[in-house]
Ligand binder design. Structure first.
Ligand code: GLU
Length: 279
């Protein structure tokens, strides 16, 4: 089987060492197998995506010496594909319009907490909503699970995993201001681009339950997954910009050699003070 991996950053901020660690793993996996490594910019969130971050991502990858195959793919140019997938789910009766605001959902007393915070209490499920009102589309999780039946997926680290998307509740598949959600776009694109191995951080492990379900509903193939450990900084906290992690641009400006850094990351040699952790 020919190996196809991808790096799929969202251009909502500068990349840091954790992103480099992820990109290096996906890149070397493809290169060692004589396969393809793709770059996909996940810019469906028009309010948070910035062209300067796209430029930064390309500059960072070049600095690291990580070459990609083919053209860079931008999700913002593929909205028709996501709309089509949503229309297919609508035709199956598996999605519904929702007009709840964040405040409405937070105020719903019974709202249990799931992986990503509050699980949607289902207020708009079964309601008839005027399509002219601003709305998002949600997956009817109960129906979707019933239709798909039991599912599993393979993770190279966790082994065979039984899909358990119910924990996410009725996830949003398209937003008022963004024609697709992360879950729908990533599922459609990994299949359309022939990605055979999804290599990404452990923080996205739970999201894969939803992606596996969407694959089954849309008749898409299931890649092999590898959810790798995340990087922790010297304070033991997961790397993220909010903890003041230096960006790759900072490291570059400080004179660090990107190709040496990529080689070190590939060999599992982490910069002093950094360590691998599981989410
Ligand atoms: N765009 C997502 C992010 O930047 C990652 C998507 C994925 O690897 O599936 O967090």
């Amino acid at each position: 089987m020919s190996i196809v991996t991808r790096f799929a950053p969202s251009p909502t901020g500068a990349l840091h060492l954790g992103h480099a660690w992820s990109a290096v793993q996906a890149h070397s996996r493809a290169r060692e197998a004589g396969g393809r490594f793709l770059l996909r910019i996940e810019d469906i969130d028009g309010t948070r995506s910035r062209p300067e971050h796209v430029e930064g991502i390309l500059a960072d990858l070049r600095w690291l010496g990580l070459d990609w195959d083919g053209e860079v793919v931008f999700q913002s140019q593929r909205l028709a594909l996501y709309a089509d997938a949503l229309a297919r789910l609508e035709a199956m009766g598996l999605v519904y319009r929702c007009i709840c605001t964040r405040a409405d959902i937070a105020a719903a007393a019974s709202a249990p907490h799931g992986v990503g915070g509050v699980v949607y209490p289902g207020t708009c499920r079964g309601r008839s909503i005027d399509p002219a009102r601003p709305h998002c589309w949600r997956l009817d999780m109960g129906r979707a699970i019933e239709r798909a039946g039991p599912l599993d997926w393979t993770d190279e680290i966790a082994g065979t995993v039984a899909a358990d998307p119910a924990m996410h509740g009725d996830v949003v598949l398209a937003r008022k201001d963004a024609p697709s959600s992360y879950h729908l776009a990533v599922t459609v694109d990994d299949a359309a681009q022939g990605v055979s191995h999804v290599i990404r951080g452990r923080d996205l492990f739970e999201a894969t339950h939803v992606h596996r379900l969407l694959q089954a509903l849309l008749g898409l193939p299931t890649p092999v997954y590898r959810h790798h450990a995340l990087l922790a900084g010297p304070d033991g906290e997961r790397l993220a910009k909010r903890h003041g992690a230096p960006s790759l641009a900072d490291l570059r400006a400080g004179g660090m050699d990107g190709k040496t850094l990529a080689m070190d990351l590939k060999a599992g040699r982490l910069p002093l003070g950094f360590g691998a952790m599981n989410a």
